[in-house]
Structures are given as structure tokens and as C-alpha cells.
Design a protein around this ligand. Structure first.
Ligand code: FAD
Length: 286
């Protein structure tokens, strides 16, 4: 039944993560169509394992060893950008940068945002411009999403609970229909980005507790800039970034994350919430 599905076994995840950390994915498939994705879900069900969609891996920390999941990257028809009914229909596997370069001034506010449309929807990625967050879901009119049973549902953005780095979207995002006019106040604006780090990283580790208090400020306040654990180090520029400076392993980064959480809470009373997705080598519900 699955003979046409080119499922690979024990695939290295390290190069699928901007952190350059990670062991092997038990199963992996670049799914190039809705039909292939449906078959992949069936395959995962048969094996009793979870299917995890991944984009560019710019917001993920993978564990080491063999991760007992079925990792799927969307490609082919699931990465296409085309016009449909006056809107842009974008496959979740498409890079945000491709979309931005097509729409230029109208999406310039997302210039420099790494990752795919699927990842941007799931984490409601975005930027802060003055006193407002401009988030990816702000330009999404509707989504097509596949559930675990392979059923496709269309969700309208106005009906989705969402906010800063959060969108209540279950299942696998297949397509997003984009309306740049929804952020016309920000056309032509190019955000100033933090200095590009020379070492592999996954962007901000924690969400900002509020508009007035950033996670980076709290981490810096607790003296973490430059703190090193094994091959991992808290950036000296942006304290909310952890860098893989010397072949860091999962434990180096994870221990640093836990240490920061503990100390920041103890000294400031703030409980930092993680922004990155952590996929360790054991099944936990995150
Ligand atoms: C240098 C750097 C700078 C960054 N700057 C910013 C920034 O300014 N603003 C910001 O918000 N983020 C930023 N990030 C974080 C990251 O780029 C974003 O969160 C991005 O949207 C993640 O996209 P991705 O394709 O890499 O997702 P991945 O990291 O591959 O996945 C992230 C999560 O999304 C899920 N996912 C991926 N695709 C799908 C899909 N099709 N359906 C359902 N779930 C899916 C994955 O399972 C995972 O849980 C930065 C990261 C780096 C490395």
C-alpha cells in the first residue's frame, strides 16, 4: 500500500535544524502532495508513532539518538505560491522569504524572517514595530489544515484564537491564503533586525513576557550573557539567543534553558515561556 511512498529511515536531523543539533529521525518523508501526506499519516498510524511536520527547523531543538517520530517536510504542490480568486494561495512548505520577495513592499515588514509559511502560521511568527507586533497570521485570510485522520478543514483566521507567538491551529497546515492589504499600515516598513549571529542558533528561545519587559532584558539582568555550558553559549549580543559555538549537544542547550528559567524566576519572579519547540528523545506532550 505504501510502496510509492519514499519513506526514509534513520535520517540525520542535524542539518534540518538551524541549531545544527540533533540525532536521527526514525522516519522521514519529503511529502510533495496532499495525497502523499495522507498516506504518511496512515503509515504513522500503522506504526503507532506521531507524525511531526517540520519546516526549515529555525525554531526547533532536536534531541539526540533516534527520535521515534515520522518527520515530514512539505514540498512540491505543498510549497507552491499561486494566485487564486484574487488572493495568493501559498503552500505551507514555501519559505516566507520567497513570499516576501514576490510581494516586496507589501510584506517588507517580514523581511529577514526565516522559515516556512507552515512554521510562521504555527508560531504566529512576526516582528515588533514600535508598540505593535505585526504577526504572520495578520495577513492570513484562511488556512487549509489536515487532521490526523487525513481530513482537510478550512479555517478562517478571524475564527482562530491567536496572539503574540501563538495561533491555536491543530493539525498540519497545508495552505494559507494571504491578503497583504490587511497590513497596509506597514507596507514599505523594513524592520531593524538584531545583528546576525555568526553561530548556529534557533532565534529567540523564550517569548517576551510583555511589551515592556523582554526575555532578553531579564536574562541579561541575571548575568547570563556569555554564559557557556559545553558547546552552547548565551549570546553576548542578544541574551535571548543561545548559540551553538562548539559542537553543542541537546543537553548543553537544554540545561542552559532550564538554568535560565530557574534563575530568572528566582531573581525576578518572571516565569519565562519557551518559544522554541523542543523535541527530545522521549515522548512528552509538547
Ligand atoms: C536567526 C533567527 C531569527 C529569527 N527571527 C525571528 C523573528 O524575528 N520573529 C519570529 O517570530 N521568529 C523568529 N525566528 C524563529 C523562526 O524563524 C520562526 O519561528 C519561524 O516561523 C519558524 O519556521 P520554520 O519553518 O523554521 O518552522 P520549524 O522550526 O521547522 O517548526 C516550528 C514549529 O512549527 C511546526 N510546523 C512547521 N510546519 C508546519 C506545518 N506545515 N503545519 C503544522 N505545524 C508546522 C513544527 O512542527 C514546529 O512545532 C528566528 C529564528 C532564527 C534562527
Amino acid at each position: 500500500m505504501f510502496e510509492k511512498l519514499l519513506v526514509k529511515e534513520n535520517v540525520p536531523l542535524r542539518n534540518m535544524s538551524s541549531f545544527r543539533i540533533g540525532g536521527m529521525g526514525r522516519f522521514f518523508l519529503p511529502a510533495s502532495s496532499v495525497d502523499e501526506l495522507r498516506q504518511a499519516l496512515e503509515f504513522a498510524r500503522d506504526w503507532g508513532i506521531r507524525l511531526i511536520p517540520i519546516g526549515r527547523g529555525t525554531n526547533i531543538l532536536f534531541g539526540e539518538g533516534v527520535l521515534n517520530y515520522f518527520f515530514v517536510k512539505l514540498s512540491g504542490e505543498l510549497g507552491v505560491i499561486e494566485e487564486e480568486d484574487g488572493l495568493l494561495k501559498v503552500g505551507a512548505g514555501a519559505d516566507v522569504s520567497r513570499l516576501v520577495s514576490m510581494l516586496r513592499d507589501r510584506l517588507s515588514v517580514f523581511r529577514g524572517l526565516p522559515g516556512t509559511v507552515g512554521g510562521a502560521v504555527k508560531g504566529n511568527a512576526g516582528v515588533r514595530i514600535g508598540d505593535v507586533y505585526v504577526n504572520f497570521m495578520d495577513v492570513v485570510e484562511r488556512l487549509a489544515v489536515m487532521d490526523e485522520a487525513g481530513r482537510i478543514e478550512v479555517l478562517y483566521s478571524k475564527d482562530i484564537d491567536k496572539g503574540y507567538r501563538f495561533a491555536d491551529v491543530d493539525g498540519i497546515v497545508l495552505f494559507a491564503w494571504i491578503r497583504p492589504d490587511l497590513i497596509s499600515d506597514f507596507w514599505g516598513i523594513v524592520p531593524q533586525r538584531v545583528v546576525v549571529e555568526p553561530y548556529p542558533n534557533a532565534g529567540s528561545i523564550f517569548k517576551n513576557p510583555s511589551m515592556d519587559v523582554s526575555a532578553g532584558y531579564l536574562i541579561d539582568l541575571c548575568g547570563f550573557k556569555g554564559r557557556r555550558l559545553g558547546g552552547a553559549m548565551v549570546s553576548r549580543v542578544h541574551a535571548n539567543f543561545i548559540l551553538n559555538v562548539d559542537d553543542a549537544g541537546f543537553d548543553d542547550v537544554y540545561s542552559l534553558i532550564e538554568e535560565i528559567e530557574g534563575v530568572v524566576f528566582e531573581r525576578t519572579g518572571y516565569r519565562l515561556e519557551r518559544e522554541i519547540r523542543i523535541i527530545p528523545n522521549y515522548a512528552i506532550g509538547n
